[in-house]
Design a protein around this ligand. Structure first.
Ligand SMILES: [Zn+2]
Length: 253
């Protein structure tokens, strides 16, 4: 059966001498594995459309275990993501996050559009990468169905007014001063961090330049978000972020 879908390549694995198996986030069918025959041969017409990040219109033949990629029209290669180390690492993290969390053969257009928009914005970004990735993380995990509860205390519903609050990963949101003892592994959070989280959740990815966030706060929130995401999708770590840590330690953003 022949099928068509837009898709973004998340991952590639070499198969035999000249072929590869690519993992694609397709708009119509969610995550699919596509066999690209001869994609390592020079001048093969599948080369450009089977690179990670590439966004294309694909034509597949749907086999028993695989989608066989017949052809495709490249819509965007997101080339700038390969030219800057921060863009490359954060972009790879976005692909790994999608690969780890989306379901096979089940479309999720909201997440597809978020990834597409994310790669587009990241491609054009000129700095402030941490703010971008933090906004992406909180939007992504919310769209996936784990939107953190930030308006009131998750447990008792009390208004969040200030002191001694924590972000509780296991409860999926903020615990007030009276409830902090319900989660001894929670992360201390103050009102301005809470405000920042909400701002990042509700501001579109291409409007983040409108405000500034203190760098220390961003590091703390990023750390909390990564742990919250890992817990929510039942994963231990992200390879892309582990690699990135050595660079981060050398400074810069
Ligand atoms: Zn409470």
């Amino acid at each position: 059966m022949f099928v068509k879908s837009e898709g973004i390549v998340l991952k590639e694995i070499r198969f035999r001498e000249t072929s590869k198996i690519v993992t694609i986030f397709s708009k119509e069918y969610g995550k699919v594995h596509g066999m690209a025959k001869g994609a390592y041969r020079p001048k093969n017409n599948l080369i450009s459309i089977t690179q990670p990040f590439s966004y294309s219109d694909f034509s597949f033949f749907k086999g028993k275990n695989f989608y066989h990629i017949n052809q495709g029209d490249l819509k965007n290669s997101f080339y700038p993501l390969r030219e800057n180390i921060y863009k490359l690492f954060y972009g790879s993290y976005m692909l790994e996050l999608a690969d780890s969390s989306i379901v096979e053969d089940e479309s999720n257009e909201k997440l597809f559009q978020l990834l597409l928009k994310g790669l587009t914005v990241l491609s054009d970004l000129k700095g402030d990468y941490l703010k971008f990735i933090l906004a992406y993380e909180i939007k992504y995990i919310s769209f996936l169905g784990y939107k953190p509860y930030l308006d009131k205390c998750v447990l008792c519903g009390q208004k969040l007014e200030g002191r001694d609050m924590i972000f509780s990963i296991i409860s999926g949101g903020i615990l007030c001063g009276n409830c902090v003892y319900e989660d001894l592994n929670g992360f201390r959070i103050n009102l301005s961090m809470l405000k920042t989280l909400k701002l990042l959740l509700y501001t579109p990815l291409d409007k983040l330049t409108d405000f500034k966030i203190n760098k220390d706060i961003m590091f703390i929130l990023h750390d909390i978000m990564v742990k919250y995401i890992l817990y929510s999708i039942e994963k231990n770590s992200f390879n892309s972020l582990n690699l990135f840590k050595s660079i981060e330690n050398r400074g810069g953003n």
